[in-house]
Design a protein around this ligand. Structure first.
Ligand SMILES: NC(=O)C1=CN([C@@H]2O[C@H](COP(=O)(O)OP(=O)(O)OC[C@H]3O[C@@H](n4cnc5c(N)ncnc54)[C@H](OP(=O)(O)O)[C@@H]3O)[C@@H](O)[C@H]2O)C=CC1
Ligand SMILES: CC(=O)N[C@@H](CCC(=O)OP(=O)(O)O)C(=O)O
Length: 337
């Protein structure tokens, strides 16, 4: 299958380009940036010298000529672009008969109103919101395999949902709001320069209190109320979430452990039991690490991922694998040794 990547010069796009280039059955046939990008015509490996020899492909401007080329050169189009750009581009590629994997949040929420509230724009293609399959690979594999449009799950939601869905599915959660505190590395904010995400300016601070767009995303796909607070930390990549859960009265540690068994055979999920997960354990790895400790009806769940892999490009590749009927792990496990 031929894959093109739109937004290939960004952090998630470049990560995905490297995965596709190394994948046994995919060909990377084009890497694109915006029509007036400062990086157009540069080689991707000039921006990411670690991929010299692997990604010596030019970054092509996404113009009319490029759209005509993509018509012939791609089976799968991956959008590694800002939410609004993805909302505009996805229907164009769907109309060309392409299968679209969107790494942005442009098609993850069901309600048009939520786009206005949490994304700050009115969705221009609300008719597609119901058609998009939510790309949370372990939990929605059948829909992902069939869909023409896959809305790859958000980074923070990927960690939170994998940590909480087992408990929800087993009926162990009380009605109390679940508190999710999360810390992300700076690559989570993308490659574009800004003072707020300048590496030397970042220490450790919360942001997006009460209004981060991943709150409604987690809530919608969990079916439970949450209070989600992200923090930005001074490390390059990785997300760590500490999640406070009130269990129903009388829920035992055996019941909790049994609930997590639903993920025991998932090759990209590592259940750590009561051991403490860390950013170090997942950085540059395709896994979600999940752990928990319980006292009475209070449960603290911890989840760690690499935001650019399981939180973006890794999970996008997982979704592509599912579309091709391949194992989740093809091109992922063993790729980072
Ligand atoms: N970083 C992360 O950890 C995660 C990111 N995501 C999502 O993935 C998407 C990309 O994020 P990230 O990689 O961080 O972003 P970056 O800012 O690092 O990259 C954005 C890319 O899009 C390109 N671009 C911008 N405008 C256009 C356009 N109109 N047409 C084509 N290409 C364009 C940029 O190049 P140029 O401006 O030079 O044209 C660049 O290549 C976002 O929606 C983000 O929310 C999802 C999960 C995790
Ligand atoms: C540290 C940081 O800024 N992180 C980003 C989330 C990563 C991302 O790009 O979000 P999606 O998964 O929705 O695409 C943010 O909070 O906006």
């Amino acid at each position: 299958m031929n894959v093109v990547i739109i937004g290939a010069s960004g952090y998630s796009g470049a990560e995905l380009a490297s995965l596709v280039a190394k994948h046994p059955t995919l060909s990377l046939t084009g890497c694109y940036v915006s029509a007036h990008s400062l990086d157009k015509h540069k080689l991707l490996s000039e921006l990411y010298p670690e991929h010299l020899g692997l990604l010596d492909l030019p970054l092509q401007p996404l113009n009319e000529h490029a759209l005509a080329d993509i018509t012939h050169s791609a089976d799968y189009v991956c959008l590694c672009t800002d939410h609004k750009v993805s909302v505009d581009l996805a229907p164009q590629f769907l109309a060309l008969g392409k299968k679209v994997f969107d790494l942005s949040g442009g098609y993850r929420l069901a309600s048009n109103d939520d786009y206005l509230t949490y994304y700050g724009f009115e969705h221009q293609h609300p008719e597609l919101l119901n058609e998009a399959a939510y790309g949370l690979a372990e939990w929605n594999s059948e829909a992902i395999a069939k869909a023409q449009l896959v809305a790859v799950a958000g980074c923070y939601p990927t960690a939170a949902l994998n940590a909480l869905k087992p408990l929800q599915q087993a009926g162990l959660l009380s009605d109390e709001r679940i508190i999710i505190n999360a810390v992300s590395g700076v690559t989570g904010a993308g490659r574009k320069a800004s003072i707020g995400t300048h590496f030397c300016e970042v220490s450790l601070a919360p942001y997006g209190l009460f209004n981060h767009r991943h709150g409604p995303e987690i809530q919608q796909h969990l079916g439970h109320k949450v209070l989600f607070t992200p923090h930005l930390g001074n490390f390059p990549r990785g997300i760590l979430e500490t999640i406070y859960v009130q269990l129903k009265p009388g829920v035992t540690s055996e019941q909790v452990a049994k609930a997590y068994q639903v993920l025991a055979d998932e090759p990209l999920i590592r259940l750590l039991g009561s051991k403490i997960p860390s950013i170090k354990g997942v950085a540059k790895q395709p896994y979600v690490d999940i752990a928990w400790q319980q006292q009475g009806s209070q449960l603290i769940v911890m989840a760690a991922i690499d935001n650019l892999l399981k939180g973006a490009a890794g999970q996008a590749l997982q979704c592509i694998n599912l579309s091709m009927g391949l194992p989740h792990t093809t091109g992922l496990v063993g790729a980072f040794k």
